[in-house]
Each structure stands twice: as C-alpha cells, then as structure tokens.
Design a protein around this ligand. Structure first.
Ligand SMILES: Nc1ncnc2c1ncn2[C@@H]1O[C@H](COP(=O)(O)OP(=O)(O)OP(=O)(O)O)[C@@H](O)[C@H]1O
Ligand SMILES: [Mg+2]
Length: 363
C-alpha cells in the first residue's frame, strides 16, 4: 500500500489510534442521522467575559444553517467552536459538549487537525496563499495527505464553480484573481480535502453583489454534498439561502432557532422580530419564500412609509460595499511571509491567524 493510500484511509477518523478508527467506522450509520453537529450547554469565555451562553442546538446534515445576530453577539465564536478554532486563542475557554457524527470533538483523543479536515472554514476576507491557483487547491489536498493530481484540482475548482473561468491559467497567482474569484478559490481549497461541513463566516461581506450572488448560488449547490453553516449580517441572504436560521442576541444567547421561513415570517420571540425588522428600519416586514430556495421572492410590507424596492436594494448594496471597503482598509489578507506550501499549518489555522487582527493573535 502506498503512503498516499495509507494517509487517505487514516484521515477518515477524528481519532488517530487504530482501535478508535474501528469504532469510528461503526458510527457511519450514525452519520446518516439527520443531525450532523450538536452542541449541548455550550459556554465560551474569553478570560472572564462570556461570549456564548448555554447554547444547545442540533444542526442538520446537508442543509444550510444561517447564524444571524448583532455584532459581538458571538456568531464567529460559536462557529469556531465547531472545529476547535478557539483552541488557538489562549484566553478562550470552552465548556459543554459539541458532537460531530456523535463524537464529542472536545474529547482528549480527538485530533484537532483531523477535525479541521472534516470541518473546513471559509472567512469573510478572501485569503488565498501567495501561490499559484493550482498550488492553493493542491494545499487543500496535501494537508489531508492526498496525492495532488490534475483531476483532483479540477474537481475542486469545478466544485467551487471556478474552473470555467480560470482553467487556462492555473499557474497564475491566486492573489491576482478578483475578490469573488479569490473567495471561490478559498472555497475550492476548503472542499479539496472533502470535508463533511463547511463553516462560512460572512463569506460574501467583502464582495460586490454580483460576486456575492455567485457564492450564494454555489452554496446552493454545495449543500448537495456538504453541510453548510454560514454567518451573515445580510437578512435577505439568510432568507434566500438557508434552511434553518439561528438568531443570537447580545450576551451570546441563542434566542431562537427554527426553519428559516418561520424565523422570518412568524418568529416566536418579540426580540427576534424586533431584530429582523429593526435591521431594515421599518415597522414590519415579510420575507415570503418559495419552496425552491433559488426562487425565493422577498416582499417587504410596511405599516408606515415603505421605500420602493429599488431603493431598498440599492441601499443594501451600498451598505455591503461600505462594509467591504472598511474591511479592506483594515487589512486581513494572507500572510505573505511563508513561501513554502509544505510549511503551512492546517488550512483553518493559517487563514484564521492571517485574517484576524485580534490582539491575542497579533502579538
Ligand atoms: N480573541 C478574542 N479575545 C477576546 N475577546 C474576544 C475575542 N474574540 C471575540 N471576543 C469577544 O467575544 C464576543 C463575541 O465576539 P464574536 O467575534 O464571536 O462576535 P460576532 O457575533 O461574530 O460579531 P461580528 O458580527 O461583529 O463579527 C465579543 O464581545 C468580542 O469582543
Ligand atoms: Mg464575527
């Protein structure tokens, strides 16, 4: 058996020992169950400050789950719990249980690197490595110990809906692509190791509306094969692309979690309704959904002055652009100091430390 074949076999397990690998095989049946990830009484603290407060939720497989809520309510923190990215923050402490396919990912015998192969991540700023398009995707394969072949590169780029645009320039630097293409390259890099779950933290917030809509369409396709958990500040986006929506409010509390149509049409909690409607500054709104996600139509009803639809969309685009520009001004591209692909840490860790300028990480 070649080394490549050995690696590919072993990486199916979160746990590295042979005995545990066998028991993981037995959980294949469990993975067919509807819930792929579950949290139970999850608390996260940064030093003494609580960022997630007693969150229990079950996330269904092969669906899009959106996490929404005001800035600072803990969405990114929650997302990072799902692939133990908070382990990389010294002052972060996670209590409670997070299971993936029934295994508690915070068990001592779970290998976080193996976990992150199963739970890939895409960040708000596109951050390809300063390498060719080919090597960016190849990196995703290498971290899984898989052989980098032209076929696999093509498969990942096709999966990220990028192949047709760039197949004749695979040697070009990933940094020379447009923002939207860069983000799809990052998605290709994330799906190359064939994860089960894709975590996306505001993946379109730095993109123009056309590039954003390409990513949205892509998410709609990705969910056939993967489970997608996405943080977004864009209510329309959450309504358009997600099956389930979780609303976090200040203090890291999960206030409501339900089918997306229920959250937007008839939420149980007044605070959720206030948040969703307040987001648009109108007294009342309805986002009505077609059964076909891609054909969802948004209708805004108002008991007061209702701006015409074009203004509404224009303002949303403008807000999106301003947000993207602000983020660009704040930096956050990949670390150009590393030149050897082999020396990169696991994808999530590299991207995480390169894309955030939090004090704890920038020391
Ligand atoms: N590395 C860190 N060190 C200390 N505190 C942190 C760190 N990361 C986040 N926090 C704090 O945890 C809380 C939740 O932050 P988090 O980034 O998860 O919020 P968010 O909902 O993703 O916000 P946004 O919508 O602005 O991205 C905030 O009070 C934030 O200041
Ligand atoms: Mg965030």
């Amino acid at each position: 058996m070649s080394q490549d074949e050995v690696s590919e076999t072993n990486t199916d397990s979160l746990i590295t020992t042979d005995v545990q690998s066998e028991s993981t095989d037995q959980t294949t049946e469990t993975s067919k169950a509807e819930t792929i990830v579950a949290t139970e009484s999850l608390d996260v603290y940064y030093d003494n400050d609580q960022a997630i407060d007693n969150v229990s939720m079950e996330i269904p497989t092969n669906k899009v789950t959106a996490l929404i809520g005001p800035s600072g309510c803990g969405k990114s923190t929650f997302l990072r719990c799902l692939n133990r990215m908070n382990d990389l923050i010294d002052i972060a402490r996670v209590d409670g249980v997070v299971t993936l396919d029934g295994t508690n990912i915070y068990n001592d015998d779970v290998d976080p690197v193996a976990l992150r192969r199963k739970v890939g991540m895409v960040f708000q700023e596109p951050n390809p490595f300063p390498k060719s398009i080919y090597d960016n995707v190849g990196y995703g394969l290498k971290v899984q110990g898989k052989k980098v072949t032209d076929e696999r590169i093509e498969e990942a780029l096709r999966g990220a809906a990028l192949w047709d645009e760039i197949h004749d320039r695979l040697d070009q630097s990933g940094l020379e692509l447009s923002g939207g293409q860069q983000q799809r390259l990052c998605i290709a890099r994330a799906i190359a190791p064939d994860p089960e779950i894709l975590l996306m933290d505001e993946p379109t917030s730095a993109l123009d509306p056309i590039a954003a809509s390409k990513i949205e369409n892509l998410i709609d396709e990705l969910v056939e094969e993967y489970t997608v958990i996405i943080v977004t500040h864009n209510m329309q986006q959450a309504a358009r692309i997600s099956d389930k929506t979780a609303v976090f409010l200040t203090g890291g509390k999960l206030v409501e979690y339900d089918n997306t149509s229920k959250i937007f049409e008839d939420p149980e909690h007044e605070r959720v309704e206030d948040y969703i409607t307040g987001k648009f500054g109108w007294t009342r709104q309805r986002i009505l959904m077609d059964n076909q996600r891609s054909q969802i139509k948004t209708h805004v009803l108002s008991t007061r002055r209702q701006p015409p639809a074009p203004q509404f969309n224009e303002r949303l685009s403008q807000l999106g652009n301003e947000r993207g520009q602000n983020r660009k001004r704040n930096g956050g591209v990949a670390d150009g100091s590393t030149t050897d692909t082999e020396t990169y840490p696991p994808i999530g860790e590299h991207v995480f430390s390169a894309s955030l300028s939090l004090p704890i990480l920038s020391e």
